[in-house]
Design a binder for this molecule. Structure first.
Ligand SMILES: Nc1ncnc2c1ncn2[C@@H]1O[C@H](COP(=O)(O)OP(=O)(O)OP(=O)(O)O)[C@@H](O)[C@H]1O
Length: 299
């Protein structure tokens, strides 16, 4: 339901392009005052989801509700449309008039994005990082409830990325719901509060960023590689999620403590007469958690 906390709400949204389903039955509502990372591999459906939110693309099924207001939602999905022959100041003036924003608002976004020193420069002569800052300043005019940024770090150097991260936090602190897409989880670690993992058009995870990695899992190796493979076949029958990675087996607890899982691994190995050489705890990295989520969806 639309409320002051969730200014845009997607309900069972599906988007098809011919025979391709880009987004499948997604119900989702990013929150105000938070940075939500929208992460998925190439083709996962991130841009389509953002386009559906803006109204640029009509959902095939489902609905999108957006809070009423002067500028409910603002998006930077493709290379920002800037007047390259004009100065930064003129670009700001034109967008201020177009969005009906006040001079005070323009001054505030100039300050927030730290483009004050560039006001007299022609946009065509700006670095990529400063163009990005200007584009975000323009997107913030009129104080939108939601700001969508599609892969905003593309083509930025490390210093510009650091600045952009701080800027994104600053925008959320204005009580905007900020959604930032990326195909790399790690890029948004420490910047995003919430995480939505999209895969093949579906939401695989939607929750706090810090909870995504979850509890440790087990790395299991038998004396004989054939034994490891056999365990990989046996354990799923016991309700355990397994994944063969190289010579080792990765067993993920489904809610139970990892030590209980270890006991089940030992019991299954003993029963099948498999000699184990390694059963160790591993704390997953972000990439492993992502891989596990995706392989769970494919299973
Ligand atoms: N206009 C379109 N016409 C046909 N197919 C499309 C269109 N837009 C997207 N798709 C398809 O929908 C799927 C999702 O694409 P989308 O661009 O939303 O993914 P993405 O997660 O943003 O990917 P990337 O990280 O590569 O930008 C892909 O299979 C893509 O080819």
């Amino acid at each position: 339901m639309i409320d002051t906390e969730t200014p845009v709400v997607l309900t069972a949204v599906t988007k098809k392009f011919g025979s391709t389903t880009a987004v499948r039955a997604v119900s989702w509502a990013p929150r105000r005052g938070r940075v939500t990372a929208l992460v998925g591999l190439n083709g996962a459906g991130k841009s389509t989801l953002m386009r559906v939110m803006t109204g640029l693309v009509k959902p095939t099924e489902g609905s999108v509700s957006v809070v009423r207001g002067r500028r409910p939602l603002s998006a930077m999905i493709e290379a920002p449309a800037l007047y390259k022959g004009l100065t930064v100041r003129r670009n700001l003036q034109i967008h201020r008039v177009l969005t009906g924003a006040s001079r005070a608002d323009a001054a505030e976004v100039t300050e927030l994005t730290q483009i004050g020193d560039m006001l007299g420069r022609r946009v065509g002569a700006l670095s990529q990082g400063y163009r990005q800052r200007l584009a975000i300043a323009l997107a913030l005019l009129g104080d939108p409830a939601v700001l969508l940024l599609d892969e905003p770090t593309n083509a930025l150097d490390p210093e510009a990325i650091v600045h952009l991260r701080a800027l994104i936090r600053g925008v959320a602190a204005r009580n905007t719901a900020v959604v930032v897409s990326s195909h790399q989880l790690r890029e948004l670690e420490g910047t995003a509060d919430a995480l939505t993992v999209l895969h093949d058009g579906q939401v695989l995870y939607d929750g706090p960023f810090t909870s995504f990695v979850g509890s440790p899992s087990l790395r299991v190796r038998a004396l004989d590689p054939e034994g490891t493979r056999k365990l990989a076949e046996l354990l799923p029958a016991d309700g355990v999620r397994t994944d063969l990675r190289g010579e080792a087996l990765h067993a993920v607890p489904d809610g139970q403590p990892v030590d209980d899982l270890a006991r089940r691994v030992f019991a299954a190995a003993a029963e099948a007469g498999i000699d184990l050489v390694e059963v160790s705890h591993i704390s997953p990295t972000l990439e492993e958690a992502f891989h596990t989520a995706i392989s769970g969806a494919r299973a």
